[in-house]
Design a protein around this ligand. Structure first.
Ligand code: GLN
Length: 475
């Protein structure tokens, strides 16, 4: 299936089309693609009203940097007066009273919100199959998953329904679905974008980021969303200037972990394509060094100990009393009500993680699991920082393979957890990372090239992505 992207949003400011026309086109396309289950809800009415307001402001002479940009929101972004459910029965009828800071900033810049996209429940998953609203189908091959957890957002951009979609990335939820759908997906540095109004999964990992067809569009929205916010004390006030991304001049220094290429789970074609890319970079005068990385097998366990611990705390608020689904079963005490409400409201994967997180935090096991994992995280971060003092960027595959079939045998949850092998490093270390379409596998599906740079070096991340995109396309 071929999909043409929507007309460039810049055509609206240039007077070549209207925001209203772009929104109508997007709504029509979304209606035609309904069977892929990408949207939980289209915001048809508010999107039309926003579009009319953007057109009126432009007619009055205002200039809006993102005028006409059609944006889809993952179903974990609060948007005033709209429902937000985190893909869960728990929040099925919850309506937000305020907008996330990232959403407000995009709106103020002239973006229009098309709807909320399907995702794994509470952003826990790598295939979009844990959603209460059913799986999303990959527009490139509807028998395959789009990746997760931000599967609907990735699919909506790939299918040409919107210019940009927002996702959240705790362990790869933007980059892996971007790789599976052949688009750009970017996770900024931890602390770059306010999470105010993002439904929390694991707060020391969660970051907001964009999906887009081009590096330019991803950089443009990153710039608008970034920066200090009184509602989120973790945000840095450092300015971000990242657009437009231009490839750096002169020889660059790249590193990759030999262990990532040697991993038995890595698809042989993806491995060969990366080795090929490294050779091309070397012959263009760049350095590409293999470096030792003794911690590859520890990444996924570290990630799951720490994120489940944080999730068990973050999800405690959904008790059916203050928030969320309340059971109608006959119960005679508060404990019974909480138990019934949480058992009915949360799906199995979310329940598994709450239990695991509660276990690793329990007295007697805290030091052995949570405490030890914190030390491991520190070690990884120091290792990555010293490496990035001598190299410009770190390269790897985004995912060990291309998109896999919906309904793949799933009796062992740790098989799904290994999907995150190459992406959790950036969340454990807090570093910014981007997945760039690497090319097509002989099976017809795209694979992703993963690029990591130093803390708050998003401009360099986009610049290296531009260089690598040029190298890949020259091939
Ligand atoms: N697949 C990972 C998980 O299930 C990452 C999810 C995410 O980044 N939100 O936790």
């Amino acid at each position: 299936m071929g999909f043409s992207p929507l007309m460039d949003y810049r055509a609206v400011s240039a007077g070549k089309t209207t925001c209203a026309a772009l929104v109508e086109e997007a709504l029509t396309r979304a209606g035609q693609a309904a069977d892929l289950n990408m949207f939980i809800e289209l915001f048809s009415e508010s999107a039309r009203a926003q579009a009319a307001a953007v057109d009126a402001r432009l007619a009055a002479g205002d200039s809006l940097p993102l005028a006409g940009m059609v944006v889809a929101l993952k179903d974990n972004f609060c948007y005033r007066g709209h429902r937000v459910s985190a893909g869960s029965k728990m929040l099925e009828t919850f309506e937000s009273l305020f907008s996330a800071t990232a959403v407000e900033r995009l709106e103020a810049a002239g973006a229009v919100f098309l709807g909320r996209t399907n995702c794994d429940e509470f952003a826990m998953g790598s295939s979009n199959e844990t959603s209460y609203y059913g799986p999303v189908r990959n527009p490139l091959d509807p028998s395959k998953v789009p990746g997760g957890s931000s599967g609907g957002s990735a699919a909506a951009v790939a299918a040409g329904l919107c210019h940009v979609a927002l996702g959240s990335d705790t362990g790869g939820s933007i980059r892996q679905p971007a790789a599976f759908t052949g688009i750009v997906g970017m996770k900024p540095t931890y602390g770059r974008i306010s999470r105010h109004g993002l439904i929390a999964y694991a707060s020391s990992f969660d970051q907001i980021g964009p999906f887009a067809h081009t590096l330019e569009d991803a950089a443009a929205v990153l710039e608008i969303m970034s920066g200090a916010d009184a509602f989120d004390a973790t945000v840095s006030s450092r300015p971000v200037v990242s657009s437009p991304p231009i490839a750096p001049i002169g020889p660059q220094r790249y590193a990759y972990f030999q262990a990532t290429l040697d991993h038995p789970g890595l698809d042989p074609h993806i491995r060969a394509s990366l080795e090929n890319l490294f050779e091309q970079l070397r012959s263009a005068g760049h350095t590409v060094d293999a470096v030792d990385f003794p911690y590859l097998d520890q990444l996924v366990p570290l990630y799951y100990v720490l994120t489940t611990a944080e999730a068990s705390a973050n999800l405690a608020r959904y008790d059916g009393v203050r928030f969320g689904h309340r059971s109608e079963q006959e119960v005679d005490d508060l404990d019974g009500l909480l138990k019934a409400s949480r058992s009915e409201g949360f799906g199995l994967e979310v329940q598994r993680r709450i239990l695991l997180g509660t276990f690793v935090l329990s007295s007697g096991y805290y030091d052995a699991y949570y405490g030890k994992a914190q030390k491991g995280r520190r070690l990884l971060r120091d290792h990555a920082e010293s490496l990035l003092a001598s190299y410009d960027a770190l390269l790897s595959p985004t995912s060990p393979h291309t998109a896999f079939p919906i309904g793949r045998e799933n009796s062992d949850p740790t098989v799904m957890y290994l999907e995150d092998l190459y992406t959790v490093h950036a969340n454990l270390t807090g570093l910014p990372a981007l997945s760039l379409p690497g090319g097509l596998h002989p099976n017809g599906l795209p694979w992703g090239l993963h690029i990591t740079t130093g803390r708050f070096e998003e401009p360099a991340l986009f610049a290296h992505a531009a260089l690598l995109q040029n190298t890949l396309s020259a091939h």
